[in-house]
Every structure is written in structure tokens, then in C-alpha cells.
Design a protein around this ligand. Structure first.
Ligand SMILES: Cc1ncc(COP(=O)(O)O)c(C=O)c1O
Length: 345
């Protein structure tokens, strides 16, 4: 029986077509900027994001690390969402790698409040570190795959410009935001000085993210990537997967969103479960359990359905290209069964 793995959209395996593209990729030494597949991926990525240049990096985490370090100097302050990925899940890299002070702001469902961000900005003084960078996350993972509306991006960009801050957009799932709203990714990226998007999430690649920005920014970012050990050699086999994904796996993100809705609605029918919404904005479904989330996750695992307990009574399920509508129905049926066996859950 197929395992239905809903832990994350990072669990996808490269499809036969993607593997073929990888096997046939032209490669060269990318530290010498000689890898044609990487060069092409970077060109396409820059074009899609409306930026001058791009840099292929091994992961979203490294893309964020490079961006923070390139935009700031040690001792600066950066603003980021209290529930943002860089705040919670990147092993403290702003403090360790970039040596910056992090000032978290609270957001309602992942959408920053422009006035409270404005109130958190410090001008450099004898006493205060200057705030030099605002980090944004669209879609917002921990807030349920929510989309920051374009008008909020625009207001934050105007604010940042007027106060001399740069903006880095962690767009790990920016193509999900674009698929959900019909607004091209480049329009969101236009409201940021730099943006990363991940190939290894909804786009289905085994490895990789791309950092995009001005030519001068990317030239400095390339040195930071080298410093962090992210200068890869014949990595065109990985870039070929990215090129394949940009061609074949972007339009289909809408299927993941439809499956997330199907899942939320199915789970809402199971007694003792409360999805945050019946209409998840993108590919993430968060719900509360009456009893222990760990117990539910363990019982589901026995039935071949994997999910993430993200809190004592909270579970996250994520749809992706290795999950079809019938897998969603199986996950819901398994959940009904678990609920019957674990009535306190
Ligand atoms: C919003 C967001 N940013 C960054 C990352 C980091 O990506 P990676 O796992 O490739 O380091 C993730 C990973 O899930 C994420 O959800």
C-alpha cells in the first residue's frame, strides 16, 4: 500500500521526466561559473522574479543566510516575523552567521501589520543598533500557507524605502502564492530587494533554491555562498531538475491547493478535529485535535499516512505533487478509523 506522506512538500521524489533531464544535463564547474545548466536556471529564475541576476544555492536556509549576511553588517538589527521560518527553524543563523540582532514582530495569520512594523524600526544612534533589513515570508508556513496580499507588500516596500531598510522575501513557496492569487511571482518580488524561492518544495526537485536580486547584490552574495561552503561544482544535474520543474511543475500547484481544500473539508467531518479553515489558502492544512496530536500522528502512521504534530493538539498536513485526490480520501478515511480507535483524540 502506498504511503501517503503529508508531512511536508519537501518529501517529493523526482519524477522519471525530471530524472531524465538530470541525467542528460550539460555540466561544468560552477565555481568558475562554467556550468551551462546552472547559468540557464539562474537566467530563468532572474527573469521570473523580475530581477537582474540570480544565484543557485543548496537550500532555502542557505539562501536566507546569504541574503541576511549580504544585506547587513554585524551588530545591525533585522525585523522578522515571530513565527517566521528564519526566526524558528534556521538554527539561529541570523545571530550566528550574520551576527545580527533579531527583533521579531507578531503578525495576524502571517500578514504583517504595517504600522507595527514601522514602530519597530530603529535608526542607528549612540545607543541603538540600526534596523537595516526586513524579512518577509510569502507564503507563510507556520501561519497555514497564508498569502501576504500584494498591497501589504507594497506598503511595506514604501515604508522600507523611506526608512532605508532592505527587504528580503523568503519566497520558499512564492509560486504557491502566485498560483493562489493569479498575481505573477515577479509582482511580489518587485516589492523586495532580494527574494529566494525553493525548487525542493512544491516544485518537486530533490535539491535547491534560487536567490535573486540586483547584479551587484548577487556578486556579493556569491562570495558569501562560497564562504558558507555552498559553491558547488558540476551541480548542473541539480539545476536541470530546477529547469524541468519551472517548465512542468508550476501550473499544477493549483492541484495541490484543490487537494488541500478537499483534505480540510474531509477532516472537518471527522468528530474531534477542527481545521483552521475549510478553505486553506494554498497547500497547507492545519487542524486541532481534541486529544494528543502525537497519538493521532502515531496511529495514522500505522495506517500508512504521515503527518506532522506541530503542537500538543495541533497537526499540519501538506499537499504536493506526489499526492493525488484519492490519497487525500484515503488519509481522511484513515483519520476516521483512528478517531474511532482513539476516541479521546
Ligand atoms: C518558509 C520557508 N523558508 C525556508 C525554508 C528552508 O528551506 P530548506 O529546507 O531548503 O533549507 C523552509 C523549509 O521548509 C520554509 O518553509
Amino acid at each position: 500500500m502506498k504511503t501517503v506522506d503529508l508531512r511536508s512538500d519537501t518529501v517529493t521524489k523526482p519524477s522519471p521526466g525530471m530524472r531524465r533531464a538530470m541525467a542528460e544535463a550539460e555540466v561544468g564547474d560552477d565555481v568558475f561559473e562554467d556550468d551551462p545548466s546552472i547559468n540557464l536556471l539562474q537566467e530563468r529564475a532572474a527573469m521570473l522574479m523580475g530581477k537582474e541576476a540570480a544565484l543557485f544555492v543548496p537550500s532555502g536556509t542557505m539562501g536566507n543566510a546569504i541574503a541576511i549576511k549580504t544585506h547587513t553588517k554585524p551588530g545591525d538589527e533585522i525585523l522578522l516575523d515571530a513565527d517566521g521560518h528564519s526566526m524558528l527553524y534556521e538554527v539561529g543563523l541570523p545571530a550566528t552567521i550574520a551576527q545580527v540582532l533579531t527583533r521579531p514582530f507578531r503578525s495576524e495569520t502571517g500578514v504583517p501589520d504595517v504600522d507595527s512594523v514601522a514602530g519597530s524600526i530603529h535608526d542607528e544612534s549612540l545607543h541603538a543598533p540600526g534596523t537595516t533589513l526586513l524579512m518577509l515570508e510569502n507564503t507563510h508556513n507556520r501561519a497555514g500557507g497564508t498569502v501576504i496580499p500584494l498591497e501589504v507588500h507594497r506598503a511595506l516596500f514604501a515604508l522600507a524605502g523611506s526608512r532605508g531598510l532592505a527587504i528580503h522575501l523568503d519566497g520558499a513557496r512564492l509560486f504557491n502564492a502566485a498560483a493562489a492569487t493569479g498575481i505573477p511571482a515577479a509582482e511580489y518580488a518587485a516589492c523586495a530587494d532580494s527574494v529566494t524561492f525553493c525548487l525542493s518544495k512544491g516544485l518537486g526537485c530533490p535539491v535547491g533554491s534560487v536567490l535573486c536580486g540586483t547584479r551587484a547584490f548577487i556578486a556579493r552574495a556569491r562570495r558569501v555562498r562560497k564562504m558558507l561552503g555552498g559553491g558547488m561544482r558540476q551541480a548542473g544535474i541539480l539545476a536541470a531538475a530546477g529547469l524541468y520543474a519551472l517548465e512542468h511543475n508550476v501550473a499544477r500547484l493549483a492541484d495541490d491547493h484543490a487537494n488541500a481544500k478537499r483534505l480540510a473539508r474531509g477532516l472537518a467531518e471527522v468528530p474531534g478535529l477542527t481545521p483552521d479553515t475549510l478553505d486553506p489558502p494554498t497547500n497547507m492544512v492545519y487542524f486541532n485535535t481534541d486529544g494528543s496530536a502525537e497519538a493521532v500522528a502515531a496511529a495514522l502512521k500505522d495506517q500508512g499516512v504521515l503527518c506532522n504534530a506541530t503542537g500538543p493538539n495541533r497537526i499540519r498536513m501538506v499537499t504536493h505533487l506526489d499526492v493525488e485526490a484519492r490519497d487525500i480520501d484515503r488519509a481522511v478515511a484513515a483519520m476516521c478509523d483512528v478517531r474511532a480507535r482513539l476516541p479521546e483524540a
